[in-house]
Design a binder for this molecule. Structure first.
Ligand code: AQP
Length: 348
């Protein structure tokens, strides 16, 4: 008898500058989960346009994220890889969930506050509603697990709140129609965040207290998956550090965010613990550590970078992968949304 494989959903925005944080915090974990999960990985282009995107650049970035998935080892035949806008259920379910989510809940979302900044009145409605679309992405597939970086934890909690409220509001109706899918009679399972792994929060190379991010105006703040070996070496060389040598134990990294970040990156890429890295480099200065780190980054990202380039030379193939994934994603999401429509009371 085949064993139940938990369903995993996650997404990456095609907003350019895919970086080491996205790679270690998300893509590497996506690859690892394939062995014993049913995985659905989405290039979330509808999320991307919550802030202005040049249309041609959006197309390029959508293919680039797809190429990164494939180059890193995601198997688009065994699992599903597609871009969000090709499956209309995401938008349709988001509307229903908009009517479940409360304004007070969205007002607490820190990512909106950070991204809208001081000019809140001028932010798009989509940016404000982003977490509801994210809930729809996950719930449309009855996904049970969602691998994300630390920054997405609050959005995941909101998804669980929305799912719970839907299950409660429609509890009688769900029972009446015989559509309970969870042990306690709910329709939507409450998805579990998977915020584990060696690098759930990779920090900026210019400021160890800020996360590495695509939208940081300084390219020196991040290592992009598209950077060549020379650029990587230069960025690591210029990374902000302090004058002290590396400590002998992880306790010594506590007040040293930049040092902790570089040791964390080394550990994640080498498959070691930070303490093991310090066993090798404790007492040594950055003049010795940085070249070793740069070599390791180049060794790990080089083959992915080369494979991405090869894949991007054949955009028709990438588009075909996405179309095929979208068809299979639709086949899962459409019947779930048909049930949602019956539960809510939409005639069809
Ligand atoms: N610095 C990071 N460390 C670890 N994980 C990270 N992720 C993002 N930055 C880091 C994780 O990558 C996945 C995809 O992220 P996304 O592109 O969908 O959204 P994001 O978090 O908005 O990415 P950025 O780079 O931070 O973009 P901007 O600059 O636009 O805010 C997610 O699982 C995320 O947790």
């Amino acid at each position: 008898m085949s064993q139940h494989k938990p369903r995993v959903f996650s997404g990456v925005q095609p907003t350019g500058n895919l970086h080491l944080g996205n790679y270690l915090g998300a893509i590497v974990r996506f690859v690892d989960l394939q062995a014993d999960h049913e995985c659905i990985y989405c290039v979330v282009d509808m999320h991307a346009i919550t802030v202005w995107q040049d249309p041609q650049e959006l197309q390029r970035s959508t293919r680039e994220v797809t190429a990164a998935f494939l180059a890193a080892g995601i198997d688009a035949e065994q699992h599903i890889v597609f871009n969000q806008s090709q499956v209309s259920t995401h938008a349709e379910l988001a509307w229903v969930l908009n009517c479940i989510a409360r304004i007070g809940w969205l007002n607490r979302m820190t990512q909106f506050k950070e991204k809208a900044g001081k000019n809140r009145e001028n932010a798009s409605v989509g940016l404000y509603d982003y977490p509801v679309l994210m809930a729809a992405d996950i719930l449309a597939y009855h996904a049970e697990m969602v691998p994300v970086g630390e920054d997405q934890k609050q959005h995941l909690e909101l998804t669980r709140d929305i799912a719970s409220k839907f299950n409660n509001d429609y509890a009688e109706r769900i029972a009446e129609l015989g559509l309970a899918r969870t042990e306690d009679g709910g329709f939507f399972p409450l998805p579990e965040p998977l915020i584990k792994g060696p690098a759930t929060r990779v920090m900026s190379l210019r400021d160890g207290t800020k996360k590495m991010s695509k939208s940081d105006p300084s390219d020196y703040s991040r290592i992009n998956l598209s950077d060549d070996a020379d650029t990587i070496a230069k960025k690591v060389r210029k990374a902000k550090t302090d004058p002290e040598p590396l400590p002998e134990s992880v306790d010594g990294l506590k007040e040293r965010p930049e040092a902790a970040n570089l040791v964390g990156i080394y550990a994640a890429l080498a498959g070691m613990s930070p303490q093991e890295v310090l066993n090798d480099f404790g007492g040594k200065g950055f003049a010795e550590f940085k070249p070793a780190l740069a070599d390791l980054v180049v060794e790990k990202l080089g083959p992915i970078n080369a494979e991405m380039k090869r894949l991007l030379d054949d955009p028709a193939h990438i588009d075909a992968v996405l179309r095929n994934g979208a068809e299979r994603a639709r086949a899962i999401a459409a019947p779930i949304f048909d049930d949602v429509k019956r539960i809510v009371g939409f005639l069809s």
